[in-house]
Design a protein around this ligand. Structure first.
Ligand SMILES: [Zn+2]
Length: 146
């Protein structure tokens, strides 16, 4: 403490006043403040909340979420399937199915009970290929910590 004061001669007056006023309160409060604030900041970053841009319900798992086509915001697979089921004109025995890699498809099932037999009627590219969605890594991080 003394060494610092001698080095900064220009600020000596100001510093001594500052030190005097703080000195009485400093020892107990300063330590607590230093520890509490960083912890609070970290908690806010570690627990972000994601809610579906379509239905507004929370998204807790990466496996149930996909990026919305226009906005890139996280939405439920189910909500996209509901949306596509309404927006695509589906014929009888046709369904919207997620086929992986951010793609959906209109699938024709000869017999809806036999899921192995199907035809892809139309491929629906949903997520942009090779695009990084920051919320995906965040949800993955969250899941790995739980
Ligand atoms: Zn949803």
């Amino acid at each position: 403490m003394k060494k610092k004061k001698f080095k900064h001669n220009k600020n000596q007056e100001k510093k001594t006043i500052y030190d005097d006023t703080i000195a009485k309160k400093e020892p107990p409060t300063k330590k607590k403040r230093m520890k509490k604030n960083p912890e609070k900041n970290i908690k806010k970053i570690v627990y972000p909340e994601f809610s579906c841009a379509r239905c507004g319900l929370p998204i807790n798992e990466l496996s149930s979420a996909i990026a919305d086509k226009e906005t890139g915001l996280p939405v439920h697979f189910k909500c996209v399937i509901d949306f596509l089921t309404k927006s695509e004109t589906l014929n009888e025995k046709e369904e919207i199915i997620y086929i992986g890699n951010g793609n959906f498809a209109v699938i024709f099932f000869e017999n809806p009970k036999i899921r192995k037999k199907f035809k892809i009627i139309k491929l629906i590219q949903w997520e942009e290929k090779g695009k990084d969605y920051p919320w995906k890594t965040e949800i993955a991080d969250l899941a790995s910590r739980v």
